[in-house]
Design a protein around this ligand. Structure first.
Ligand code: PMP
Length: 426
């Protein structure tokens, strides 16, 4: 079967809501490279949306998973648990930022981790309100979608939304939103829409992911911590895209030296196996009653085993330091490209290996360029690249290389990107 034939079959049987960015059907992946059913090779700058931080099919993850499958595949951690789940909870509570005593729960996807944070925060505080930020992304399930701060394509057609969800502006200096303005809006929210004493939680991504790879300034995260402490609000860090070494720290909140109360973990946790977690301060995590949290597949033994081996690889292969090296390599090369095309490259930025190229239409003012962004994505596969876009304005190319990517592959991929960019921009 060819890519074309498979895409024709797909559109017949999979609803358009679950779209695919590329009509490229993968046959094989190895570290940072992919091969499709037509025999084409790609350099992967997407890692399945920040999931395969340890590359595709890392031999150690594959071996650990095979070994687990020979023993058993599922018992449900809420019926008959197993040591790998305990060991993973021990390691994650240890790895989470801050010194407070922590506990974990396991679920299956990022959105589910977000939903559970809200349940836990509400149970702990006995309050109803949750505040999220404009441009934030927290998932596609009902409550997570309501927290997401962007209508198209995530929310239109899907109302009514759950109540008691509020949004405040996220500080992005280049979009004209200062930290002060964002904090003032939060304080106004407490005056206009919901009393601070009714707010259970504030949820924030330390670097907005789908929203455009905008890092939350450290000063802003510290100010959120202060407000949460002042008003008895639970601070939730959504580290689903930023976690597991991606930003050059194990978790991005470490850059600001802030300890959140609850942390969502998913994506990079297990090299592609569906597992997610909430890790947080024990006295908050223990608020729900036994049986109030969890699910059939949460903490699957296969995924727990994969996650344990991912943690080992991050440590043994120094992937946190590698994220910073890769970030620097990408930033330097993309900055050279910016010097060549100052009128369309508005900004190059990175936090570790979460790297963004923001496209505009003027060298002197911020005018988003979603059209150029879309044409780069549309042509990427023809150039042997898997690339993703993001951004509140749809004008950001995001680079999420595997942290195990070699310099040679990174440079080859960037050569391809430069050729593609020059073709479309001159
Ligand atoms: N939060 C953030 C910050 C994310 O980046 C994502 C996924 N892009 C989610 C939540 C939702 O995760 P999932 O798709 O696994 O439900």
């Amino acid at each position: 079967m060819t890519n074309q034939e498979l895409q024709a079959r797909k559109t017949q049987v999979i609803a358009r809501g679950q779209g695919n960015l590329y009509p490229v059907y993968i046959e094989r992946g190895e570290n940072a490279e992919l091969w499709d059913v037509d025999g084409n090779r790609y350099i992967d700058f997407a890692t399945g949306i920040a999931v395969c931080n340890t590359g595709h099919s890392h031999p150690k993850v594959v071996a650990a998973v095979k070994q687990q499958l020979d023993k058993f595949s599922h018992t449900c951690v809420m019926v008959n648990p197993y040591e790998s789940a305990i060991e993973l909870a021990e390691k994650l509570t240890q790895a989470a930022p801050g010194n407070s005593e922590k506990k974990a729960i396991f679920v299956t996807t990022g959105a589910e981790a977000v939903e559970n944070c809200v349940k836990i925060a509400r149970a702990h505080t006995g309050r109803r309100g949750v505040i999220a930020f404009n441009g934030g992304f927290h998932g596609r399930t009902n409550l997570a979608m309501a927290l997401t701060g962007k209508i198209t394509p995530y929310k239109n057609l899907f109302g009514p939304f759950p109540g008691d969800i509020f949004h405040a502006p996220f500080p992005i200096e280049s979009h004209g939103i200062s930290i002060e303005e964002s904090l003032r809006a939060l304080d106004t929210l407490f005056k206009v829409d919901i009393a601070s004493t009714d707010v259970a939680a504030i949820i924030v991504e330390p670097v907005q992911g789908e929203g455009g790879f905008y890092p939350a300034p450290a000063e802003f995260l510290r100010a959120l911590r202060e407000r949460c402490d002042e008003h008895g609000i639970v601070l939730i860090a959504d580290e689903i895209q930023t976690g597991f070494g991606r930003t050059g720290k194990m978790f991005s909140f470490e850059h600001a030296d802030v300890e959140p109360d609850l942390i969502t973990m998913a994506k990079g946790i297990a090299g592609g196996f569906p597992i997610a977690a909430v890790v947080g301060k024990s006295q908050i995590m223990d608020a729900p009653l036994p049986g109030g949290l969890g699910g059939t597949y949460g903490g699957s033994p296969v995924a727990c085993t994969a996650a344990l081996s991912v943690l080992e690889i991050i440590d043994q292969e120094n992937l946190i330091a590698r994220a910073n090296q890769l970030g620097q390599l990408f930033n330097e090369r993309l900055t050279l490209l910016q010097n060549q095309f100052p009128e369309v490259i508005h900004d190059v930025r990175n936090q570790g290996a979460m790297i963004a190229l923001e496209l505009g239409k003027s060298a002197t003012q911020f005018i988003p360029n979603p059209e150029l962004t879309q044409s780069l994505i549309a042509k990427a596969a023809e150039h042997g690249l898997i690339l993703l876009a993001c951004g509140f304005y749809g004008n950001v190319i995001r680079f999420l290389p595997a942290l195990t990517m070699t310099d040679a592959i990174a440079n080859e991929g960037l050569d391809k990107f430069e050729r593609l960019f020059s073709q479309l921009s001159s």
